[in-house]
Design a protein around this ligand. Structure first.
Ligand code: AMP
Ligand code: GLY
Length: 420
């Protein structure tokens, strides 16, 4: 099979790495890719949110199967254009991608499916939103309805903070994404991410993970896209997993099918767990980044067969071959991230790193300059390792982090602390 992966981050590097190990892959192109991906696959410059351009590229390159990494092309309808063009694709339609692209849509689906989640109000004007905040009091959570690159959620510990968030959102701080606002009850508990593949009918769990969103050790400081992750998540016991499937995921999939928008792709189920009860925090319509990196490290080549089965509507006959293992990824970022940071630093030591089924450095934001690797983003490298225990995975991941020569980079020293 000739395979095209859309995206350019560590998530896509790990997807490419898993796909490349599968003998069914004849040729792999990643668009646009990055300098790490270019070591294992062909990278192609492509405007990945332009469905017409992606379809034309697939025709020119005899592509058999497209895997869409990030949410933006999904929300823009690239999967729909590809299916209309006769291509097999892993990823939901624009209609189904609203499970991530619109928080109020997700809440409406949860209501219809009777899925446990935070109580909420949906507002299109600032006065009504402010009145709601005053009536409910803090803590309370204010969310821009649309896609805001992970920045549109304010967990407000005081009423003043919540009111300021309402003003910011209706004032245009998040552009069109904040024209509508969802205000939610604050949930406490332990968070976990649960990943399932769906083909419109069948739901297949493929793993759990926990990530570290805060930039600083001890989970302090500003929010980031994720500074590290590990899998499995100990809080996701068999009992909680069954509850999440039966009370949240399956009813959601049934409701989506009933509305003629069957969901096909990976569903990232963000959960808050308290007193043995999971409640939905959010859905994402793609793999998490960096959660994908630990899932791919654990699944390896079978990940491609599973995604292919989802795209072909064959998940009822698919099986996950689990290993009793653990994986961890440590994110190396540029000093200053998630604020402003420098680009262009040379990164040394990469060529000497191990590249095995238990230790891989996935690139998230790198380029090549004069034959050397340079940092081109905020999150730059994902040191990802597997082991029989989480402690072993951790040792192997940090062994790689320590071997990298990049004075302008930093990483958290405590990834996995809750589980260890
Ligand atoms: P989201 O983009 O919806 O996942 O929100 C980002 C983060 O905000 C989540 O991972 C949670 O840590 C937090 N969060 C979102 N909604 C709530 C809620 N209702 N109660 C408590 N924390 C929340
Ligand atoms: N790591 C969180 C996300 O991908 O949304």
């Amino acid at each position: 099979m000739n395979i095209l992966i859309l995206g350019s981050g560590g998530r896509e590097h790990s997807l490419a790495w898993a796909v490349m190990q599968n003998p069914k892959c004849d040729k792999l192109i990643v668009a646009p890719g990055n300098a790490g991906i270019a070591q294992i696959a062909t990278c192609a410059a492509l405007e990945i949110e332009d469905g017409g351009e992606v379809v034309a590229f697939c025709e020119d390159n005899a592509i058999d199967f497209v895997i869409i990494g990030p949410e933006a092309p999904l929300a823009a309808g690239v999967a729909d254009r590809l299916r209309e063009g006769g291509f097999l694709v892993f990823g939901p339609s624009a209609a189904a991608a609203r499970l991530e692209a619109s928080k109020s849509f997700t809440k409406e689906i949860c209501d219809a499916a009777n899925a446990p989640t935070a109580a909420y109000g949906h507002f299109t004007d600032a006065d009504a939103a402010r009145a709601h905040v005053r009536a409910r009091g803090a803590p309370i959570v204010v969310k821009a309805d649309g896609l805001a690159a992970g920045k549109g959620v304010i967990v407000a510990m005081t009423e003043a903070e919540a009111l300021a968030a309402v003003d910011d959102m209706f004032g245009g701080a998040f552009g069109g994404a904040g024209a509508e606002v969802v205000i939610e009850e604050y949930m406490d508990g332990e968070e976990a991410s649960f990943f399932v593949l769906c083909d419109g009918e069948t739901v297949l769990p493929i793993g759990t993970a926990q990530d570290h969103k805060r930039v600083g050790e001890g989970d302090t400081g500003p929010n980031t896209g994720g500074m590290g992750a590990y899998s499995p998540a100990p809080v996701m016991t068999d009992e909680i997993t069954e509850k999440a499937l039966n009370e949240i995921v399956r009813p959601t999939m049934t409701e989506m099918a009933r509305r003629d928008m069957p969901y096909q792709g990976v569903l990232y189920v963000g959960l808050m767990i308290k007193d043995g009860q999971p409640r939905l925090v959010e859905y994402n319509v793609r793999f998490g980044d960096p959660e994908c990196q630990v899932l791919m490290m654990r699944l390896g080549a079978q990940a491609m067969d599973l995604m292919h089965a989802a795209a072909e509507g064959r998940l009822h006959e698919a099986q996950v071959h689990w290993a009793d293992d653990h994986a961890m990824t440590v994110v190396m970022a540029a000093q200053g991230y998630p604020g402003s940071y420098q680009k262009g630093d040379v990164i040394g030591g990469l060529d000497a790193l191990p590249e095995t089924s238990a230790q891989m450095c996935f690139h998230a934001g790198t380029g090549r300059h004069d034959g050397r690797f340079v940092a081109t983003g905020g999150r730059v490298l994902n040191l990802t390792a597997r082991g029989d225990t989480l402690a072993e995975a951790r040792r192997r991941a940090y062994e790689m982090a320590d071997a990298i020569d990049w004075p302008g980079g930093f990483y958290r020293d405590d990834i996995g602390w809750r589980a260890l």
